[in-house]
Design a protein around this ligand. Structure first.
Ligand SMILES: Cc1ncc(COP(=O)(O)O)c(C=O)c1O
Length: 365
């Protein structure tokens, strides 16, 4: 009895034991943050005011998400039953995968793409089927269609995609949904505001389409953890069974309506980033570095074999950028978030210095 008590220990599921650990490089980020595609400045001052108005008494209550879901749904011209708020899009992905993926199912992913799809899929019994983009990193539409099988259960498409910044057209997304009626087509519009095109207006019309949106990027609320899923009522009903009723906390819920209302702030920030992206593209071209066309608030740049030294030199100049070398098909590539024009001028100085020091010019040839 005593022996078995000593030998016995809790063992996680085999799937969990096989999972890779994922540690985003979040340490020591007191610098210009061009590494996580966040808003690099601040959220709306209206959100800040709403936070200041929260009473100690209000925090004693469990958060009530439904009234805020109704506000968000109205903002998106959807019905409340079509929208579920989540603790960031990461929770949305996790819950969606838990809801739909089982043994024998396939998750279809164009790659390279957002890391967490694979992380959450690896906790399920489904198989990931990765469809590699060509060297131009454009959305691999035809190859994705060819990879659909009767076992395809979810197709996850970040649009715009990270780290490439490439996009799929509305027509392509509709065709994919049509060709895989047995699958949920998740269109992750985390970077929607910088692109301006959406398929959210097709919710309900395309029976297997679910759209994700985040408040972590343009809205500048990554620390609050706010995201959403929008989809047909029937599918959302299943999602809600898995979703915790309290995963979106009351601070986040209080901040959401003012964030949505302050469209002037959002427009200002997005326009600032788009102007800065143009300037930064010109600087990359002048430095003769290869870059991929981006419709988001970041640009993927080919640095080549010295990618790690480049990231270190940028950090030494107080500019954080993200090495994406370990992403599929991205060896030697670094992703740089776009902030304001003033911030990007600082980044350009650091970039030019690193390019000179490492003798990188001419990789675009
Ligand atoms: C495509 C994509 N989806 C989702 C997320 C995460 O969003 P959230 O902060 O809402 O979890 C990111 C963050 O980098 C992303 O790039």
């Amino acid at each position: 009895m005593a022996d078995t008590a000593v030998a016995a220990k809790p063992i996680p599921r085999a799937r969990i034991q096989a999972m890779k650990e994922y540690h985003p490089p979040l340490g020591s980020r007191d610098a210009l943050r061009l590494d996580f595609n966040e808003n690099t400045l601040a959220c709306s001052p209206k959100v800040r005011e709403a936070l200041g108005r929260i009473s100690a008494g209000a925090l004693t209550r469990y958060p009530e998400r439904e009234p805020v879901e109704a506000i968000v749904a109205a903002h998106l011209v959807l019905a409340a039953a079509q929208v579920a708020l989540t603790n960031g899009v990461d929770e949305a992905i996790h819950v969606l995968f838990e809801t739909f993926l089982e043994e024998g199912d396939e998750l279809l992913l164009p790659v390279p793409t957002y890391t967490m799809y694979e992380v959450y899929a690896s906790a399920t019994d489904a198989r990931v089927v990765a469809v590699q983009a060509a060297d131009d990193l454009r959305f691999p539409f035809e190859r994705l269609l060819d990879a659909i099988t009767p076992r395809t259960k979810i197709i996850a498409i970040a649009n715009p995609n990270s780290p490439s910044g490439s996009v799929a057209s509305q027509g392509q997304l509709i065709e994919i949904a049509k060709r895989a009626p047995q699958a949920v087509v998740l269109v992750d519009e985390a970077y929607f505001h910088f692109h301006g095109e959406t398929v959210i207006d097709l919710i309900g019309e395309v029976p297997n389409l679910i759209v994700a949106r985040t408040f972590s990027k343009a809205y500048g609320l990554a620390g609050l953890r706010l995201g959403l899923l929008a989809g047909p009522v029937e599918l959302m009903r299943w999602v809600r069974r898995v979703l915790s009723p309290y995963s979106v906390n009351s601070l986040a819920l209080a901040c959401l309506p003012p964030a949505l209302e302050d469209t002037a702030y959002l427009d200002w920030y997005v326009n600032e980033v788009l102007a800065a992206r143009l300037e930064f593209e010109a600087a990359l071209d002048a430095a003769r570095l290869r870059r991929w066309p981006s419709r988001a608030n970041f640009i993927l740049v080919d640095i080549g074999p010295q990618h790690a030294q480049f990231v270190r030199l940028m950090r030494a100049a107080d500019v954080l950028v993200r090495d994406r070398s370990s992403d599929s098909g991205c060896d030697g590539r670094v992703r740089i978030t776009i902030g304001t024009r003033e911030q990007m001028r600082q980044a350009i100085l650091a970039l030019n210095q690193a390019v000179a020091e490492l003798n990188l010019g001419g990789r675009a040839q």
